[in-house]
Write a protein that binds this ligand. Structure first.
Ligand code: 5GP
Length: 116
């Protein structure tokens, strides 16, 4: 199933793209929850972390390298940032094309909003 993120990677619908190469695309989240909120996706359609295979290892590792580059480019490498990947319902995944959130630009507080 083609998601909106696949269409962004293909250039079929607009997004504020901050980085793209043959393996990944990074763009600004449409509804940011921090001053810097970037989504990094594999260009290949992988719905969730549960669908990842060993064949994806290089691309997934590349997502971290790209995250580091973007964080440096945007000036938050020193202050710090959070990388976050949601998987399915309990994590609140909305778009079923695997994506890494890069969040920063302010103190992000504790990792989870709610405790049991
Ligand atoms: P999830 O909850 O699936 O981990 O995160 C999905 C994210 O995608 C949300 O933060 C949401 O704001 C963002 N998003 C959803 N649709 C679009 C879109 O069409 N364009 C952009 N740039 N971001 C989107």
């Amino acid at each position: 199933m083609t998601t909106i993120f696949s269409k962004i990677a293909a250039g079929d619908i607009p997004a504020d793209i901050v980085f793209q190469d043959d393996r990944v695309t990074a763009f600004k989240d449409i509804n940011p929850i921090a001053p810097i909120h970037i989504l990094i996706i594999p260009n290949k359609e992988i719905p969730t972390v549960d669908d990842v295979t060993e064949a994806d290892e290089q691309t997934l590792g590349h997502m971290f390298v790209v995250a580091r580059k973007i964080a440096r480019d945007l000036g938050i490498a020193e202050s710090g940032y959070r990388l976050l990947v949601n998987c399915r319902d309990d994590a609140g995944q909305e778009v079923y094309h695997l994506h890494m959130h890069l969040l920063g630009g302010r103190s992000l507080g504790p990792m989870l909003a709610h405790r049991d």
